[in-house]
Design a protein around this ligand. Sequence first.
Ligand SMILES: Cc1cc2nc3c(=O)[nH]c(=O)nc-3n(C[C@H](O)[C@H](O)[C@H](O)COP(=O)(O)OP(=O)(O)OC[C@H]3O[C@@H](n4cnc5c(N)ncnc54)[C@H](O)[C@@H]3O)c2cc1C
Length: 442
Amino acid sequence: MGKPRCLVIGSQFSGTFCARELKTKFYVTVVDAKEYFEYTPGVLRAFVKPAHLDSLTFTLQPVLERKMGVKYIWGEVKELNGEKKFATIKPIFINHLEEIGFDYCIICSGCNFGPFKPMGESLWFPTVHEDGRAVSDWKHIDERFIEGRRRHVLEEYHKLSDLNTKKSTVLVVGAGFIGVEWATELEHYFPDLKLTIIDFLPRCLGPLPDSAAQYCSEYMTACGIKEFYNCKYDPKSSDFWKTIELPNGADETYVCIGVKASNYFMPKCTLSDKGPGGGGWIHFNKHLQVTKKPSEGGGVWADGTIFAVGDCNYGCIGEPPNWEMPPVPKISYPGEEQAYHACLNVMKLAANQKNLVATWWPWGAGMFSTSLGPHDACFVMGANHNKNSGYMVNWWVPAALQKEIIETSKVNECKDGWIGILIWHFVHHTPINLWGRGPWFV
Ligand SMILES: Cc1cc2nc3c(=O)[nH]c(=O)nc-3n(C[C@H](O)[C@H](O)[C@H](O)COP(=O)(O)OP(=O)(O)OC[C@H]3O[C@@H](n4cnc5c(N)ncnc54)[C@H](O)[C@@H]3O)c2cc1C
């Protein structure tokens, strides 16, 4: 008898993880709407130093097909049929839709980051969906191709260079880790820009501990970035611009807040009505199986053979204050941990075992490394869903080096390189949990 077929949708952190994990026991097919992997946490640097893009990206086909030995389809999933177990895909060079069947499916399709744009477009995530490209601000560029992404990065870089030459004012909206990283990258590489950062909250770095917020604030003050907190972004109000000492507005604004769901291919009955960016997140249970939304009964969808992990899912199970699992941050560590749990469950289902693994709030979801330009950073550990929890355990040059090592080794691991695999394998493949909310033994 042949091996069972597993379809993986998306090929970044959680998608490449699933492919590596399942390749020996399943016929794995990975489908991604773009032709390349891009290390999202490092992409801010690429816009201010375009040569950096090469170290963050690689084309998927040679890695997935030749190194890992799985099948790769370059195309966008347009619909997932849970009942008949097939996905409808629009391959890149074909104008009609194709269907591909599967026994199991793991959705690793991530999310978008521009809450004010109709389809959540932002610099940080390539515009790859057909509907997103139709309303894109950079329609002239096709970011499904690595060359398109490269051109976009260069275009933004030249725009920033011109702004720098003119000593322009730039407003960064949102002082979470993305906003702080972006403002400090701009300051380092374009020192003539006049930078301002604002946030609705009383200080930067949102839920992270005070020590880290203070460290970042001191860095920004020292390099002349103006900070305004308890301040709502209201570009139509002249009072808003006066309050942030930019009475004539800003020459350029970068919005660095929020996430927006992009699960367009999923049936509505599985998508949340609520949640960040107006909802649209995939409901799931503690085994990471896709479920119907509570108003549709909340039961398992597609016989429990379809899983949703990482940024694409609702992120929490249950309701406050009695969470079954409180909201998990949309960062890469929990995405991979969930990918691991989903893979274990796919293997158990394929072996007719009933004792599925229950996922948990992983300790690694409390690790945040925030860079402050290329030579400074701060690293927080032990944060959980409680506000201001965690400890700043590393900072300054050592933390900047740590961030670089993480970047290089993670890209290598995703590329199926043995050094990266050696470094990261036991982070998720550990039979014993020494701390965190998981069971002692998996
Ligand atoms: C600027 C920035 C900085 C960040 N910094 C950090 C950090 O320092 N540390 C950290 O841990 N996290 C960080 N994050 C978050 C991290 O990048 C995400 O949590 C992570 O990328 C999620 O991984 P994923 O595999 O779930 O999805 P993604 O990385 O979003 O990948 C989804 C993939 O699915 C594909 N796809 C989507 N829809 C379809 C479709 N319909 N058909 C086919 N393919 C599809 C996409 O092309 C993409 O390749 C940062 C995010 C941003 C934006």
